[in-house]
Ligand binder design. Sequence first.
Ligand code: SAM
Length: 203
Amino acid sequence: MSIVEELEKYAKENKIPIMQKDGILYLCNYIKNNNIKSVLEIGSAIGYSAIMMASSQNEIHITTIEKDIDRYNLAVQNIKKANLENKITIKNMDANEYSTNNKYDLIFIDASKGNNQKFFQKFKDNLDNCGVIITDNLSFHGLVENPELIQTKRTQKLVEKIKNYITFLDTNKEFKTTYIPVGDKISISRRIIDEQNNSNPKK
Ligand code: SAM
C-alpha cells in the first residue's frame, strides 16, 4: 500500500476529514498546470493534502499549519515517511496566531469552516501578484444546496457561515471567484487586475 493509500485508509477509519479524492486531484493538476511553486495551507490534519500537493510538482514548497497537536504529530511522521521534509514545513499553531511576510502562489484554506472569511482576509496580502486563494468544502456535503437535510443546530450555523462566505466572495471587489464542482466544491479566488493600469485597483 502506498503512503497516500495508507493515509486515505487511516483518515476513513479514524474519521479525519481530508480532501475528497477528485478535489485533491483537481488541486494537484491546478498546481502543475499553473506552475505553482509556493503554497500556504491552513489546516494540515494528518498531512494528506500537503503530501499530495508536494508530490505534484518538482520545485514546490508547502507551509502548512495545524493547531491540533495529535494530528500535527501524525502529519510530521507522515511527511517524514513520504520523504518530503525538504518540501513541506509544518507548524503546530492556531493559524490566527500565524503571521509572515512571505508571499505565496497559492493559499489553501481548509480549516474550521466558520473561519474561512477570517483567514481569507488575514492572508490575502500574502498572495503573490498572480496568486490564488482556494477554499474547500463550499458545498459542505450538499447541505449548502439542500438545507432541508440539516439535522442539528450546530450544522445549521456552520452552513450559514459557509453561505455568508460565498456571499463575501461573490460581492468582493478585490477578487473574482469561480467555483469548481469537484470533491466537496472548491472556490478559486483571483485578484482582479486593473488592465489599463496593469495594477490592483485597490493599490
Ligand atoms: N487539508 C487537510 C487534507 O485535506 O488532508 C484536511 C484538513 S481538515 C479538513 C481541517 C484541519 O484544520 C483540522 O485538522 C483542524 O484541526 C485544523 N484547524 C482548524 N482550525 C484551525 C486553526 N485555526 N489553525 C490551524 N489549524 C486549524
